[in-house]
Design a protein around this ligand. Structure first.
Ligand code: C2E
Ligand code: MG
Ligand code: MG
Ligand code: MG
Length: 290
């Protein structure tokens, strides 16, 4: 009968489902010990000023160096860390580590840190940020907090209050992945954003296959620029994309065309190579000059 066939086909998938659940449980268990075992690390990707070609700062991107699985992408474990609440202590570690790293850099370089929705719900985001800045000894204006629309659209009163307090302290607030969420003009005006980061999907369409997709992507860039905030294009991979972004007055760029995320020790090296700028063109500047 149809019913037994249905059950049969369900059974057929059962081992797979079971494997999936087990893999998830394993990952969750490992995630719990990873912070204690020091398996997380931050990589840093520069963002550059389009007009000067200089590096403005670095975005901290979390990596999990799993003893068996190797490097695990944040796309894989951040959703799990969010579901289990582990993102709160993990996010705090990211903030403190990133600020401490930035303390080693020249004062004009910013550090950008991604925040999860759960960190806003945890109540003590503001004191944690204040403490991370104080411990590292860096000025609030050097810290940029990246939030996505989905993080702030829910529970927006509490989030608005926290963002407002952080903004008043001098911390910069960036809207990440712009164009992928529900942004309305009123929403963008209501939150105290300093920066809008255009999602990589639009940046790649700038040099896309059809006239229409290119036009839409350009309209998104122009819209972001017209908001009067600093506009950063993420995922810039080609010279062509950079030229379009420059023509449309996009202020900052970030992407593989300039540099992938790199280890902290490499950042220090990059910075020291930038120091004798009179005799040698800095690495990053050379990258933007194409
Ligand atoms: P995001 O904040 O939008 O970061 C940009 C992602 O695009 C990064 O992936 C980066 O490595 C990648 N990327 C940069 N340039 C290029 C490019 O030119 N081409 C392509 N194809 N990709 C590029 P990653 O490091 O895998 O991070 C993925 C996402 O995970 C991040 O998106 C962010 O939402 C989240 N994430 C990373 N670190 C943290 C963290 O510390 N806390 C939280 N809450 N989320 C994090
Ligand atoms: Mg980001
Ligand atoms: Mg992004
Ligand atoms: Mg993203």
């Amino acid at each position: 009968s149809a019913k037994s066939r249905g059950r049969g086909s369900f059974r057929f998938f059962e081992p797979e489902l079971d494997q999936l659940l087990q893999a998830r449980r394993g990952l969750e268990r490992d995630l719990r010990s990873a912070l204690l075992n020091g398996e997380f690390e931050l990589h840093y990707q520069p963002f550059l000023n389009v007009a000067t070609g200089e590096t403005s700062g670095f975005e901290a991107l979390l990596r999990w160096n799993h003893p068996q699985r190797g490097m695990v992408s944040p796309v894989k474990f951040i959703p799990l860390a969010e579901e289990t609440g582990l993102i709160v202590p993990l996010g705090e570690w990211v903030l403190r580590t990133a600020c401490a790293e930035a303390a080693k850099w020249p004062d004009d370089l910013k550090i950008a840190v991604n925040l999860s929705p759960a960190q806003f719900r945890s109540q003590d985001l503001v004191p944690v940020v204040i403490s991370a800045l104080a411990n590292a000894g860096i000025a609030p204006h050097r810290l940029e907090l990246e939030v996505t629309e989905t993080a702030i659209i829910h529970d927006s009163e509490a989030v608005f209050a926290a963002l407002g307090q952080l903004h008043d302290l001098g911390v910069r607030i960036a809207l990440d992945d712009f164009g992928t969420g529900y942004s309305s003009l009123s929403f963008l005006q209501r939150f105290p954003f300093d920066k809008v980061k255009i999602d990589r999907s639009f940046v790649s369409e700038l040099s896309g296959p059809t006239d229409e997709s290119r036009r839409i992507a350009r309209a998104v860039v122009r819209f972001a620029v017209s908001l009067g905030k600093t506009t950063t294009a993420e995922g810039v991979e080609t010279r062509e994309q950079l030229d379009i972004l420059r023509a449309d007055a996009c202020a900052e760029v970030q992407g593989f065309h300039f540099s992938p995320p790199i280890q902290g020790t490499k950042v220090a090296q990059m910075i020291s190579e930038r120091a004798p700028a009179m005799t040698e063109r800095p690495v990053v500047r050379r990258a933007i000059a194409g």
